[in-house]
Each structure stands twice: as C-alpha cells, then as structure tokens.
Design a protein around this ligand. Sequence first.
Ligand code: SAM
Length: 213
Amino acid sequence: MSNENIIHTEFRGHEAARLISPSVERNKIPIGNALVNFLPKGANILEVASGTGEHAIHFCGLRPDIHWQPSDPDSESRKSQDEWSRDFRDQINLSHNISTLKPNWANRLNNYDIVFCANMIHIAPWSATVGLIEGSYSVLQRFGMLVLYGPFLDGKNSAHSNLRFDERLKGQNSCWGVREINDICNVSNVYGFKLYKTINMPSNNKILIFKKL
Ligand SMILES: C[S@@+](CC[C@H](N)C(=O)[O-])C[C@H]1O[C@@H](n2cnc3c(N)ncnc32)[C@H](O)[C@@H]1O
C-alpha cells in the first residue's frame, strides 16, 4: 500500500495474485440478488474501489449482458482484479487506476449507466465521498445511477453495530468514519443527484441508489 488512506480493513487471503475477501464471500450473493434485476439491459458499469475484484465476476456471471470497468488506486488490488477477470475478458475490462481523491479522476470517462462503489467511503476521508459523487455525475449519462453499498449512519435510527464500527474506524484514522445518509444526500443534491432507492441489506448494511437528474 502506497498511501495510508488506501486501505482495506479486513484480512485478505490470496491465491497467487488473486486476493480473496471473506466479506465479499458473505455479501456478494445478497448484493447480487438485490441488483440482478435492477441493472439496465446491457449496462455499462464503472466500479470504483473494486478491491479484490470478486464482486465484478459474481455480478457479470449473473448478468452476461453487462460490461464492467473495475478500478482501484491500489496496484496489488488492480492486479487481483485483472487476474479474477481473466475468464470474463469480453465483459470485464482491465482495471483503471482511479482514486476519487484526485480532482480529475473522471476526465475522459463517460456514458456509464451505473457507478458502483462498495465499502469505500467509510475508510477514506470525506473528500473521497465528495469526489466520488462529483466525478460520478460527469461519467454517468442522464438518469444514470450511483450505487453505494456498505454501512451507513441514519441519525437516531443508526444501528448500534454501525455506531461502534464508526468509533473503531475513527480510532484507526480520524478522517475515516461511517457516513451519515443525510450528509451523502446533501452532497449528492448539490451535484445533481436525487436519492432514488434505499435497500436494507444483511448485517445493517444498505444499498443507496442515487439517480442523476
Ligand atoms: C474495504 S475495500 C472494499 C473493496 C471492495 N469494494 C469490496 O467491497 O470488497 C476498500 C477499497 O477502497 C479503495 N480506496 C480507498 N480509497 C479510495 C479512493 N479515494 N478512491 C478509490 N478507491 C479507494 C482501497 O484501495 C480498497 O481497495
């Protein structure tokens, strides 16, 4: 890891360059089930913070009509994504080096139907969330959607486990933290998105879907 902000919070196993994430093992089926009928036919999807790359192959296995662009700022993760996607070359491109902390990350990317980002915004500074939303607006076509998966705080309705997780994260790095849905909505409204759908997921996680207006 070249940057202390670029980090995953769990132990990852590996088979050669293919990293294996225990949390992806747990969450890929529920996320896949939630999204499988929701993704537009033939959708072009940009994934930000693809990590090991296992989500892409699971979702592309469920939907052979979609096209997936993985990305990550971490080179070891990008190698893993490229290895996992070897057998899906007609559906999954080689990974891009994207960090939403870089102001121009979205330059030269356009016409995506979906930007998908799982489990990133709580382990990066808040400016990474703002950068994700701002850049997503420019890469998406009209009515395109930004899909976030992970733990979120929901004011007084926040789950205790997420409040405890938030404290733990802030103890590791004061810039990290589980984000408030309201704060994400406020920024997304500024950049031209509207919260379109919220899906409750196992273990107090959620999928938040924002639509570009
Ligand atoms: C906990 S992992 C999640 C990976 C994968 N999405 C998943 O759900 O298993 C967080 C990922 O976010 C990436 N990341 C951290 N900061 C980032 C940023 N500012 N922009 C894009 N990716 C970032 C890390 O390199 C890491 O791969």
